[in-house]
Design a binder for this molecule. Structure first.
Ligand SMILES: [Zn+2]
Length: 223
């Protein structure tokens, strides 16, 4: 699978350190299901973290520390690594289900059996049931050619594409891609004409809609 958009390094490293809350860690783990490049980065970070904890617990950061760590890695077994909240997962077969195994513990693997809720023309959502105060996770299902309602963000938002594609003024995003944006960005994503788009979206605060109508519905729909 050709993945071109990845989580920012801080998310990957925090995931490797087990420092992300459930929803954010779930988004990163979902991306890792698609992306060998990020899997390698996280595995390296986990190994580094494990070696640091195991070998030099009280030592202050020093210029030669990284070199020392790499030397130690060569002799370390994988058991010494510190996994993220969701351990690094391998590639999965997207032909069987668009829901990766790491997500299927939260939602039905058959997307037609997920209890989607209508939130606007061509747009359906399903909130994931997480007890996570650090983020809100939802699945969005948007019909082909339909826009996702205009929104800015209070805080950060990641959108992980599971199937289909969308584009905004920044780029195009296909299955496996993760868009990682902060509150500076107001984007207008539109789903490709070919097929519907299903994505996992994690935000750290309610979205701010620009139009009055969605704004009115925001508290009701918990968008
Ligand atoms: Zn990646």
């Amino acid at each position: 699978m050709n993945v071109s958009h990845h989580p920012h390094d801080d998310l990957l490293m925090s995931h490797a350190a087990g420092a992300l809350s459930e929803s954010w860690s779930l988004a990163v783990a979902t991306h890792l299901s698609f992306c060998p490049k990020c899997r390698a980065s996280v595995q390296l970070a986990e190994t580094l973290g494990g070696v640091l904890l195991a070998e030099i617990p009280d030592q202050e950061l020093s210029p030669d520390m990284l070199e020392k760590v790499f030397e130690n890695i060569e002799s370390e077994s994988p058991e010494t690594t510190t996994p993220g909240q969701f351990s690094t997962v391998g590639e999965y077969d997207t032909k069987k289900s668009i829901i990766p195994p790491v997500l299927s513990q939260y939602v039905n693997h058959d997307v037609d059996n997920i209890p989607w809720k209508y939130i606007g023309p061509g747009v359906y959502q399903h909130m994931l049931d997480l007890s996570d105060e650090g983020g809100i996770a939802r699945l969005l299902r948007i019909k082909a050619g339909k826009p996702i309602p205009d929104h800015g963000h209070r805080g950060r938002e990641v959108t992980m594409v599971l199937s289909g594609c969308y584009s905004d003024q920044i780029s195009s995003f296909n299955a496996g891609d993760m868009q990682d944006v902060d509150e500076e960005i107001i984007h207008k994503p539109i789903v490709g004409e070919e097929e519907e788009c299903i994505c996992l979206v994690v935000t750290d605060a309610p979205l701010i809609f620009q139009n009055w109508l969605p704004k009115v519905f925001q508290p009701i729909m918990k968008i």
